[in-house]
Design a protein around this ligand. Structure first.
Ligand SMILES: *[C@@H]1O[C@H](CO)[C@@H](O)[C@H](O)[C@H]1NC(C)=O
Ligand SMILES: *[C@@H]1O[C@H](CO)[C@@H](O)[C@H](O)[C@H]1NC(C)=O
Ligand SMILES: *[C@@H]1O[C@H](CO)[C@@H](O)[C@H](O)[C@H]1NC(C)=O
Ligand SMILES: *[C@@H]1O[C@H](CO)[C@@H](O)[C@H](O)[C@H]1NC(C)=O
Ligand SMILES: *[C@@H]1O[C@H](CO)[C@@H](O)[C@H](O)[C@H]1NC(C)=O
Ligand SMILES: *[C@@H]1O[C@H](CO)[C@@H](O)[C@H](O)[C@H]1NC(C)=O
Ligand SMILES: *[C@@H]1O[C@H](CO)[C@@H](O)[C@H](O)[C@H]1NC(C)=O
Ligand SMILES: *[C@@H]1O[C@H](CO)[C@@H](O)[C@H](O)[C@H]1NC(C)=O
Ligand SMILES: *[C@@H]1O[C@H](CO)[C@@H](O)[C@H](O)[C@H]1NC(C)=O
Ligand SMILES: *[C@@H]1O[C@H](CO)[C@@H](O)[C@H](O)[C@H]1NC(C)=O
Length: 757
């Protein structure tokens, strides 16, 4: 009765076929697994809740097929079974079906109220409709933060998904409500026993003791029973005990189940501030009782704890590779990510070798974890394994060069709430709107401000680590260089120079000379193990450096482009060896789907320009749907798909770990979960009616956008009056202070070298 998808998805099907071929290869290849701390010693299982429900509407054929084609080869397809009035078993996420389907369009104003486990609940229930009455009802996205562009797919029955799963992986049926269906004269027990004669069921889970005990002796051997724990205070309907109290007797659970399924907080609890607590003893206790442990509620777009820095892979690794234990399986809406975790990232060790040479370049240090450009952001970036540490140079009123993400102090300090708020002005050459600019305050003033963490996604209520909100101190360029110079793991520094013309002409400040001086004082003007990159959006700034130094020059294109014309390339090559572009200049997007691949990277690379791309962030809101809310997938698509030379990231840990994973450089044995996205495939799979209008084409970079007038000379302007209550430090003073500071900082280095002699 339930026909298969009526939508046309030729490209997606092609994608599925390609990826299924990959699955077959991987199946043959993966056998040498290291020891796992699971009950059996086998690697943890990946269970796809409703298929790939993080992207497609829950429990649709597309969701299930996509889970199969992008996950480990033995992924289990999870179906939440709901019975119709005539006893058909549908896969739908909830006992109320109105969030997940368009039933209200067919039966308007027909919602009813029933008691579900003693709680009165209003909505549409499958028990009120026969399969014939539901024939035209289709599945829609029930979670509003996910895309609804694939809405309208047909509902699937248990038999449908058993057919989809064939021949390899198995299915997992969750019977969330047996008592409720019994009240409506429908027997889950009869349904499940009958279904187990038609199809192979690998697992059956339920939060009802009575239900599991009623089927335990009647099922084929291949079917394992799993008791599902709900919230600790929730009452289990057949024993009247809370789940918290049932947890105390795992021996009892073992009498009717071979495993348990628990919300992830049962294992790694999270406190009220959303920080991870020490783990409980649940996994080892359950393993001692002979029970397998499955953890639920994994979704890349719902990480909960700040300890993961918004990196979903980090969360899975916490459950499967923490040195103490491993859960036996995870229930996920995004099965591709646990597949990577299990097969590519677990047991990597701290110093696994790099498999790709792509540079990891910090964005204001590890500014996803600490306030941008503070000492803590920089030391974190270094310990996270960054190659190139970046410093956007700003000048204070007294001419001290220091690192800060913006020339406007309001963006990353408390300047607007400080006594310096009166210094706010509007300078259209720099930015529209008010700012409190670095050149209006002395370095002493600036040092006294409190740093604040960048929070690009607070308008979607994703806050970066509140404990680090105001942590760290700002550093001068010389502090930065001494810090960097001392690190053998760094391959270089990237100094970013902007607003040079304005500062020279209007403020009498020579940023280029300040940078050159600081670099020579730190010894970076002589050949050494670390390289210096100078980055600017201004060709005239880079030409000035080319005239006087041998540093590597990096041109930043500050607009989205689709290509670059020959004259523009020729001009860039006359002063730079690398180019920074944004992500959209590589893979353009529409309604958050990739629409294809531009010519930008191939054109720049064929002209021998290295290509660095920004900004790679862990927050899923920064990523197109094609990357499955998984920062690692995004990086992989740019590195192995577009072959870029460097990623610029505010979360360098994620990018560095990516380079060391075991699934790189496997050629045609690359597993599907480490294959790059196919830009445009998911976009073209959007049903015609729902497809958005085509976006306007993006133009290429032209030479007139690259060429600039030469820089003006640094003007001699008399120092403007200092803000009230602060001492004026002239440029001369500042330079000598910087010198002393640099000398002090390099003293330990000097001492160390003396001691070595
Ligand atoms: C339906 O969706 C709303 C909004 O997302 C949510 O609050 C509610 O819990 C959902 N109900 C069910 C039964 O899933
Ligand atoms: C459904 O109920 C609303 C208000 O309760 C009413 O305005 C509307 O006309 C009803 N629709 C139908 C199709 O009965
Ligand atoms: C389903 O749709 C078909 C075609 O529009 C229609 O003939 C039929 O009556 C519908 N069935 C139900 C139960 O709504
Ligand atoms: C559970 O509690 C309900 C209401 O208090 C009672 O009707 C029922 O008999 C109890 N069931 C068991 C198994 O104790
Ligand atoms: C736990 O369950 C087992 C098996 O049902 C039972 O023999 C034992 O008495 C229970 N222990 C406690 C403390 O309730
Ligand atoms: C989580 O982060 C907090 C704050 O940094 C820290 O105190 C805690 O130990 C971390 N939890 C774990 C399990 O590492
Ligand atoms: C990491 O490197 C250190 C020093 O090179 C070595 O002693 C250690 O065994 C390595 N650890 C792993 C897990 O490979
Ligand atoms: C959220 O903030 C970002 C960055 O400031 C902005 O681009 C985006 O439009 C905002 N979104 C909403 C929904 O306000
Ligand atoms: C350089 O590294 C050494 C050894 O790790 C350390 O003692 C010293 O303080 C460092 N110097 C600076 C300026 O960070
Ligand atoms: C790029 O560099 C290679 C090797 O350095 C050289 O052979 C080639 O001609 C260069 N191509 C262009 C377009 O400059």
């Amino acid at each position: 009765m339930w026909s298969s998808s009526s939508l046309q998805q030729p490209l997606l099907l092609q994608l599925l076929v390609v990826q299924s071929l990959l699955v077959a290869v991987v199946l043959a290849q993966r056998s040498t697994t290291p020891a796992w701390n699971t009950l059996t010693g086998n690697r943890p299982l990946v269970v796809a809740r409703g298929g790939f429900s993080g992207l497609f509407p829950d429990s649709t054929s597309l969701a299930y097929q996509f889970a199969l084609s992008t996950s480990v080869s033995d992924v289990l397809l999870w179906c939440d079974v709901q019975l119709t009035k005539d006893g058909f078993g549908l896969c739908l996420a909830d006992v109320k079906i109105d969030n997940d389907t368009d039933i209200a369009n067919f039966y308007p104003n027909k919602s009813t109220t029933y008691s579900v486990n003693g709680v009165r609940s209003t909505g549409y229930f499958s028990v009120d409709y026969t399969s014939d009455q539901l024939v035209n009802v289709s599945v829609v996205q029930g979670i509003y933060s996910r895309t609804n562009l694939y809405d309208g797919l047909p509902m699937q029955t248990v038999d449908d998904i058993a057919a989809i799963s064939k021949p390899q992986p198995g299915i997992w049926l969750n019977i969330q409500h047996d008592a409720f269906f019994s009240q409506h004269k429908l027997s889950m027990r009869s349904f499940v026993l009958a279904a187990s004669k038609r199809v192979v069921i690998s697992y059956i889970s339920s939060p009802e003791v009575g239900f599991l005990r009623s089927i335990t002796s009647r099922l084929p051997k291949v079917t394992k029973l799993v008791f599902r724990f709900m919230g600790q205070d929730v009452v289990e309907p057949s024993t009247n005990q809370t789940y918290g109290s049932l947890l105390k007797n795992l021996t009892f659970i073992k009498t009717f189940a071979s495993g348990i399924l628990v919300p992830k907080g049962y294992i790694w609890p999270v406190d009220s501030g959303l920080y991870l607590q020490p783990h409980t003893s649940l996994v080892s206790d359950a393993h001692k009782a002979g029970l397998e442990v499955f953890a639920s509620d994994f979704a890349n777009d719902n990480l909960i704890s700040y300890n993961y820095s918004y990196d979903p892979l980090a969360e899975y690794l916490q459950f499967i590779d923490n040195g103490d234990f491993s859960v036996d399986g995870v229930l996920s809406d995004f099965p591709i990510t646990p597949s990577e975790a299990v097969d590519c990232f677990a047991h990597l060790g701290t110093n696994a070798t790099k498999k790709v040479n792509t540079l990891v370049i910090s964005k204001y240090g590890a500014s996803g974890d600490y306030p941008a450009c503070t000492d803590l952001a920089y030391t974190k970036a270094i310990s996270d394994g960054v190659d190139i540490l970046d410093c956007p140079v700003q000048l204070s009123k007294d001419g001290v060069p220091f690192c800060l993400s913006s020339i406007d102090l309001i963006e990353t300090t408390n300047a607007a709430q400080s006594t310096f708020s009166t210094l706010a002005t509007t300078i259209p050459e720099i930015k529209s709107g008010n700012g409190i600019f670095t050149f209006s305050l002395t370095w002493d003033n600036i040092k006294s401000l409190t740093p604040s963490i960048l929070n690009p996604y607070t308008n979607y209520s994703l806050k970066r680590n509140p404990k680090n909100r105001n942590a760290g101190e700002f550093v001068t360029l010389s502090d930065f260089l001494s810090l960097a110079k001392n690190q053998t793991s760094l391959s270089g520094v990237m100094i970013i120079v902007e607003n040079a013309a304005y500062l020279a002409k209007k403020q009498g400040l020579g940023v280029i000379d300040s940078v050159m001086n600081a670099l020579s004082k730190a010894g970076y003007d002589k050949p050494g193990p670390q390289k210096v990159m100078i980055r600017s959006t201004s060709s005239s700034v880079l030409l000035k450096f080319k005239e006087k130094t041998n540093y590597e020059l990096v041109y930043e294109v500050d607009e989205t482009i689709s290509n670059a014309d020959n004259a523009a390339i020729a001009d860039i090559k006359s002063f730079a060896s690398s180019v920074v572009i944004n992500k959209d200049s590589v893979f353009p997007q529409d309604v958050l789907f990739l629409t294809g691949t531009t010519k930008t990277v191939s054109k720049l690379k064929s002209s021998n320009l290295s290509v660095f791309v920004e900004t790679f962030s862990n927050e899923f809101l920064s990523q197109a749907w094609d990357f499955f809310s998984d920062a690692t997938e995004e990086i992989n698509s740019y590195v192995t798909g577009a072959e870029i030379d460097g990623v610029i990231t505010d979360f360098p840990k994620t990018a560095n770990r990516y380079r060391r994973n075991k699934c790189l450089n496997l050629g045609n044995k690359t597993p599907p979960y480490m294959a790059p996205a196919q830009p445009g495939a998911l976009f073209q799979a959007i049903p015609p009616g729902a497809a958005p209008p085509a976006p306007a084409p993006v133009p290429p970079l032209t030479v007139s956008e690259v060429i600039e007038p030469p820089l003006p000379a640094v003007s001699k302007i008399s120092p403007s009056p200092a803000p009230a209550g602060t001492k004026t430090g002239g440029q001369g003073n500042a330079q000598s202070r910087v010198t002393i500071c640099a000398a002090l900082l390099s003293l330990p280095v000097l001492l160390a070298s003396l001691l070595l002699i």
